[in-house]
Design a protein around this ligand. Structure first.
Ligand code: C5P
Length: 218
């Protein structure tokens, strides 16, 4: 695979509902980067598992990845808690991860021409997918804050779920994402820690922008 030179690469890892997606989108827009929310890939495959349980095997997933379209990522069904939970289950499968791996690397290192680079967020981006990223961030917030944000998001989507359910689900997902053997979520030494618990979206964005500008403008 060709790897474009002179592109800006930003890698972000974070636990569920820490605000990484919102931030990554804002950063990507500001620096004209191609943004890939890698969780959406796992969620899409999880949705296939829920929809086609009998057909669900590696060959089937491979075919689906081949024809994967970014429009598929806008499917509102991907945002449900059920799909999130299923995504964290399939994310433990080594072979499924392998299939998704090259898809992500291709976009990280060969973003479409009109962009200045790429920004990926997920769980293993900083050390597995884009280990040579120009900037690495670990974005987090305390559990209750994350659960409240996700709860509000699900409410706007008119999902009937209680705060307690969301809290429990995020707690379980954290446990699984941090402790799994393959590609666990972790903060690498060279990642900058951003805790969004007490920060507004704007304040988080400005904090990251300052870090990036300091380096690219010197
Ligand atoms: O980020 P999001 O909540 O959409 O991710 C859903 C699930 O997909 C996560 O809980 C995690 O288990 C898995 N995932 C992963 N590696 C990534 C992105 C997501 O294992 N790079």
């Amino acid at each position: 695979m060709n790897r474009k030179k002179n592109i800006l690469k930003i890698a972000i890892d974070s636990p569920a509902a820490a605000g990484a997606g919102t931030l990554a989108r804002a950063i990507s827009k500001h620096y004209n980067l191609f943004y890939l929310d890698t969780g959406k890939i796992y969620r899409l495959i999880a949705l296939y598992k829920i929809k086609f349980p009998k057909k669900f095997n590696l060959k089937f997933i491979k075919e689906k990845i081949k024809i994967m379209n970014f429009k598929d990522f806008n499917n509102k069904k991907l945002l449900s808690d059920e799909v999130g939970v299923e995504a964290s289950i399939i994310a433990k499968n080594k072979n499924i991860r392998k299939l998704i791996h090259s898809f992500q690397i291709n976009f990280a290192y060969n973003p479409p021409k009109k962009y200045n680079g790429s920004c990926l967020d997920g769980r293993d981006i900083t050390y597995k997918i884009v280990p040579d990223a120009d900037f690495k961030f670990f974005i987090t917030a305390n559990l209750k804050t994350r659960a409240m944000r996700r709860f509000k998001e699900l409410k706007t989507l008119k999902k009937s779920i209680t705060f307690g359910d969301v809290l429990k689900s995020i707690k379980n997902r954290d446990k699984s994402d941090y402790n799994r053997k393959i590609s666990p979520l972790k903060k690498t030494k060279d990642s900058m820690l951003i805790n969004t618990t007490k920060l507004s979206k704007r304040a988080c964005f400005l904090k990251i922008k300052k870090i990036i500008d300091r380096k690219i403008k010197t």
